[in-house]
Unconditional design. Structure first.
Length: 685
């Protein structure tokens, strides 16, 4: 909201303003200068010491009251300009008169909700010459600029602006907080030099090349590395937008967000998760985890497989005699592949055991870093060593895991459980936990009846018996939870077999279809209401195909047209329309289909089955699907034959009356109760 304050200052008139005054201090009222004043868009007027108007141009007359200038001359300023009388404009005018110097101010006139730039010039007779210019647009624009600047300073993200090929020209508080450089320390420096920008990947060979591409595309969004003032390397998510300044320069608005803590946390979490999975689920394999050329961890299987001490955590090059020359894992070719894809193609290699024997291994190396680092020294990798003599056992283990994952994948998106033969939960997913209202951690190892109650277990027992016999079972049921809440569910049971083919339980997917069942019930109720309305309607109602065939009709329409329902469905509305009315009807239909109208109403005639003509009032709308494709018409047909007959009888009666009246030998006329004559017979003419 605009406030009612104003700003003011006193200053002598400048050269341009002096042109508006004569040497005697009064405004020119004739001659070239008067023409100039008259053509001014600013309001310009003069008052004497008693505040009476002595001069005003056309713009001033419009501003003050809109009355002609001649009517305003000699009147008191504050009487013809009451909107300003309650503002602080009188104070500024008094200030100009008291100081003898021009006063410039910006004032707000609340009744007009406008801001005005005002200049008051004193003259030697204690009068004033006042110019007023509407400055509302400029004031609002300045307020918006101030608000936007304040908003940028309050932004949590770092925001700074730099010229393409040039230096930083704006630096907000968020940037100072993130990078440590004050505004005066950052402005004037090139951003990529100040922040030591490192672009990830090999798309650009230099920052200058990157700037050239940015100038072409207009924007860029991605992840890069920056260095803060204190030397910290920051992982930054940046968004750069090229904009053009009013003076034609191209500048880049860059917003950055520090992702370092998040990325490092994600890296630690992922490394820990993969480390745990590697150590536990793949403990038959030798595992090495490293960063760059350093080995960080090794498991016991590695020692058993190759005979090296897994507690040695040092650069591979420092292991000296403990490692044979053929041992290095990460070479130049592997680094290139890891950089490009994040993992390397598994390869077979024969290594020398600590006792001198040869061990053939299958080696798989992958990178654990979720973000590509600019240097190999920051790669975190994990290497798996598999003794190929144990390949068969590993393949069997992987096959069982793949089968388990396949079954889970087939039922994804619904409640999933895996139960043993004695009805204990072996696994469950969050969707199932939400379905039964029990935390996931409280389920595993417990019996079904402890979680879902005995009534639920009794209801599913016949299906459990069947699945444990090896059948795949699918059913729908309403099951009751211990809190008496009823859930409608769709269930699929699949036998769970071990590697020997023995059924050890079952895998189930349970979908909560309570909402669907409720929707189906509502739909059925709605359809029943629709059917009753259709059959009991006092007018004919029909669904009509786009080609004119009747799709569905009610009994009233059949009665109007004299056809049975099955007979009527064999016809089109075109078949039964009176020829003189068909073209108009079809034209309306085409307008509906093209979307030019949403409905239409017309009187038309139909042929009944017995050949009689029936008059009807037809109302038609078009039903479209979600894609706005026309589907069918809904037509309402009202029998208006009786009304048409009455209208025809009335018309005939009126015609007969006029004929009799015109053939009378006397003068005749008719008037209403108020005496207004509305009929003369022909004898009057």
């Amino acid at each position: 909201m605009l406030d009612s304050g104003s700003s003011t200052h006193t200053t002598p008139p400048n050269q341009a303003e002096e042109l508006a005054l004569t040497t005697s201090g009064h405004l020119a009222t004739s001659g070239p200068m008067a023409d100039v004043l008259e053509r001014m868009t600013d309001a310009l007027f003069a008052v004497d010491a008693g505040w009476r108007l002595t001069y005003l141009n056309s713009a001033a007359a419009r501003l003050l009251s809109g009355e002609p200038r001649e009517a305003l001359l000699g009147q008191l300023l504050w009487e013809v300009f009451p909107d300003a009388a309650e503002s602080n404009l009188p104070h500024h005018c008094e200030q100009a008169r008291a100081t003898g110097a021009m006063v410039a101010c910006t004032t707000y006139l609340a009744p007009r909700n406008r801001w005005y730039a005002v200049r008051a010039y004193p003259d030697r007779d204690e009068g004033l010459t006042i110019s007023i210019q509407d400055a509302t647009a400029e004031y609002i624009a300045q307020e918006q600029l101030h608000w936007q600047a304040a908003l940028l300073e309050q932004a949590h993200d770092a925001l700074f602006v730099w010229e393409l090929g040039g230096a930083i020209i704006y630096w907000n508080a968020g940037a100072t907080e993130l990078y440590g450089y004050r505004h005066d320390e950052a402005v004037g420096h090139q951003s990529h030099t100040l922040l030591q920008t490192t672009l990830l990947g090999d798309e650009f060979t230099s920052f200058q090349e990157f700037e050239g591409r940015l100038a072409q595309t207009g924007q860029w969004r991605g992840t890069l590395w920056h260095v803060a003032r204190d030397g910290r390397r920051l992982i930054i998510h940046a968004h750069m937008q090229v904009v053009r300044t009013p003076d034609g320069r191209q500048v880049v608005l860059e917003s950055t967000r520090d992702m370092t803590v998040l990325e490092e946390a994600l890296q630690r979490a992922e490394v820990a998760a993969r480390r745990f999975e590697s150590m536990v689920e793949m403990n038959v394999s030798g595992v090495l985890i490293g960063r760059g050329e350093h080995i960080l961890e090794a498991n016991a299987a590695f020692q058993r497989m190759l005979g090296y001490d897994p507690t040695i955590y040092a650069p591979i090059s420092a292991w000296g005699a403990r490692l044979p020359p053929d041992f290095p894992i990460v070479d130049a070719a592997l680094i290139a592949e890891l950089s490009a894809t994040g993992s390397a193609t598994p390869f077979e290699k024969t290594y020398t055991h600590a006792d001198g024997s040869q061990v053939a291994c299958l080696v798989a190396v992958t990178m654990l870093d979720p973000v590509t680092s600019p240097a190999f020294e920051e790669f975190t990798w994990i290497a798996f060593f598999v003794d190929l003599s144990e390949r068969k056992r590993l393949e069997d283990s992987l096959r069982a895991r793949d089968e388990e994952l396949r079954r889970v994948t087939e039922s994804a998106g619904v409640g999933l459980i895996r139960c043993s033969r004695d009805r204990r939960y072996r696994t469950a997913n969050p969707a199932y936990a939400r379905l039964v209202g029990v935390p996931l951690a409280e389920m595993i190892g417990r019996r079904l009846e402890e979680i879902v109650g005995q009534r639920w277990v009794d209801a599913i027992q016949p299906y459990v018996v069947r699945v444990l016999r090896g059948e795949q079972v699918e059913y729908e049921a309403d099951l009751v939870l211990p809190n008496d809440e009823v859930r409608s569910v769709h269930v699929i049971y699949v036998p769970d077999e071990d590697l020997d083919g023995q059924i050890i339980g079952w895998v189930a997917s349970i979908t909560d279809i309570s909402a669907r069942k409720a929707a189906e019930a509502q739909l059925y109720e709605s359809e029943q209401r629709y059917r009753k309305m259709l059959e009991n309607a006092a007018v004919g109602i029909a669904r009509v195909a786009l080609d004119g065939h009747w799709l569905e009709v009610n009994q009233r329409l059949c009665a109007i047209l004299g056809y049975g329902p099955d007979e009527l469905l064999e016809h089109t509305f075109q078949d039964l329309t009176y020829p003189d009315d068909l073209a108009t009807d079809l034209a309306h239909v085409e307008q509906l289909v093209r979307g030019e109208i949403v409905s239409y109403k017309m009187e038309k005639r139909y042929f009944r089955k017995d050949g009689e003509i029936v008059w009807a009032m037809l109302s038609v709308t078009l039903v479209r699907d979600a894609e706005e494709v026309p589907q069918y018409f809904v037509s309402i047909v009202e029998d208006i034959s009786a009304r048409k007959s009455a209208e025809e009888a009335l018309s005939a009666s009126e015609e007969l009356f006029h004929t009799l009246a015109d053939n009378m030998s006397q003068l005749a006329r008719m008037a209403d109760r108020l005496g207004s004559i509305f009929l003369f017979n022909q004898r009057w003419y």
